[in-house]
Design a protein around this ligand. Structure first.
Ligand code: PLP
Length: 398
């Protein structure tokens, strides 16, 4: 019985060809994009076996997907972690990792200087679910210790803080967390595994906005977490439940981008050190925030903790003359565009008080040391002289 046109067309391009391909001796050099929301089975037992853990296989893309797994595996290995997972955004990776640990009645101690969205979640959302958060500077672990309570479940900070580029003593913070039965969660977005690997210093869950260095080309939104098999499995349960799955195409792009992560971040960090040194000596600049500079308060700590003699591609600078001067600089930066994100191959500038930290109240900005004269630079992979030339003419325009 031959099938009618509408019937066989309904199956065009289905996954049955995969069975034939699997018998071939050649495999694709690059994992293909598995643009499928679900997987097909010939019998009931095969699905039962997967659910029972008797067989490996994929069932439904919200739960597990080959492109998700490929990206997560590569990242976990780069971080020296047992396991990893990827998410639809950095926010979903961070929020669901936190929700996998806390319940109503629990307490979190967090650094106050964080990506604005995370600060908003910790301060306003968690309160609605009965989780209290105390914000305290992580510059002095002794002060962090004073805020720990019997119900404290998480200590939370960023490896390199946004936008002040502060580096906290994260091995000490990890020790503190464990001494009090809490977990240490750290956002490693600004550093990437090329600059810092907090797992080797005791961090329990390492979080990423994969939109930034991991993706690295300003063309995908994603998030990631790495950590022990057990903790990541708990986070994955939330990922599946809340449906924060990273799409197949974005996962594929992420894995593709991880191939050049080391090259990109190395060049970006080398360039950033040169740019920071230039800005530091410029008369129109009040202060430069970059842990790679010898005078930076956290330099010795960063030199001890960071990998490969690198300090990352992010730096901030206070421009003399406040908002007016900072605006003039942004408006005259030539190929350096005003981009409220970071970590692409092209150097970009952001204005924290007007973008990432816009949700902060005036007093909170002042308290955190984020001024209207402060600009944040994400240094790219161009030649450093060209980046400096753009900055030079922009600073001269004030
Ligand atoms: N963490 C840091 C340090 C960030 O800079 C950002 C975004 O800018 C996030 C988390 C949130 O990530 P996403 O925008 O991918 O949700």
């Amino acid at each position: 019985m031959s099938e009618q046109t509408a019937s066989f067309l309904a199956h065009a391009g289905d996954g049955q060809a995969e069975k034939r391909n699997r018998a071939f001796t050649s495999v694709p050099e690059v994992l293909p994009v598995y643009m499928t929301s679900v997987f097909a089975f010939d019998d009931v037992k095969s699905v039962d076996d997967i659910y029972e853990g008797q067989a490996d296989g994929y069932v439904y893309a919200r739960m597990q997907h080959p492109n998700n797994e490929a990206a997560a595996e590569a990242l976990a290995k780069a971080d020296g972690a047992e396991a990893g997972a990827v998410f639809s955004s950095g926010m979903s990776a961070i929020i669901l990792s936190i929700l996998s640990v806390v319940s109503a009645g629990d307490h979190i101690v967090s650094s106050p200087v964080l990506y604005g969205g995370v600060r908003d979640f910790l301060e306003h959302e968690l309160a609605r679910f009965g989780v209290e958060v105390t914000f305290v500077s992580f510059a002095d672990p002794g002060e962090v210790k004073k805020q720990i309570r019997p119900n404290t479940k998480i200590l939370y900070t960023e490896t390199i803080s946004n936008p002040l580029m502060e580096v906290s003593d994260y091995p000490r913070i990890a020790e503190l967390a464990h001494a009090y039965g809490a977990l240490f969660l750290i956002d490693n977005t600004f550093a990437s595994p090329i600059v810092a690997r907090p797992i080797s210093y005791g961090a329990d869950l390492v979080l990423y906005s994969a939109t930034k260095y991991l993706g690295g080309h300003s063309d995908l939104v994603g998030g990631a977490v790495t950590g022990s098999g057990e903790l990541v499995a708990n986070v994955k349960k939330k990922l599946t439940l809340y449906g924060a799955t990273l799409g197949a195409m974005e996962s594929w792009l992420l894995a593709r981008s991880l191939r050049t992560l080391s090259l990109r971040v190395t060049k970006q960090s080398q360039n950033a050190l040169k740019v920071a040194s230039y800005l530091e000596s410029h008369p129109a600049v009040e202060k430069v925030y970059y842990p790679g500079l010898a005078f930076a308060p956290d330099h010795a700590l960063a030199a001890k903790l960071f990998e490969n003699g690198l300090y990352g591609g992010m730096l901030s600078a206070d421009i003399k003359g406040g908002e007016q001067a900072a605006t003039a600089v942004v408006d005259h930066l030539g190929f350096i565009k005003y981009v409220p994100s970071l970590a692409g191959t092209a150097t970009s500038v952001s204005y924290p008080a007007k973008t990432s930290h816009r949700a902060y109240k005036k007093e909170e900005l002042e308290k955190a040391g984020i001024s209207l004269g402060q600009l944040r630079f994400s240094i790219g992979i161009e030649e450093p002289e060209d980046i400096i030339a753009q900055l030079k003419q922009a600073l001269e325009s004030i």
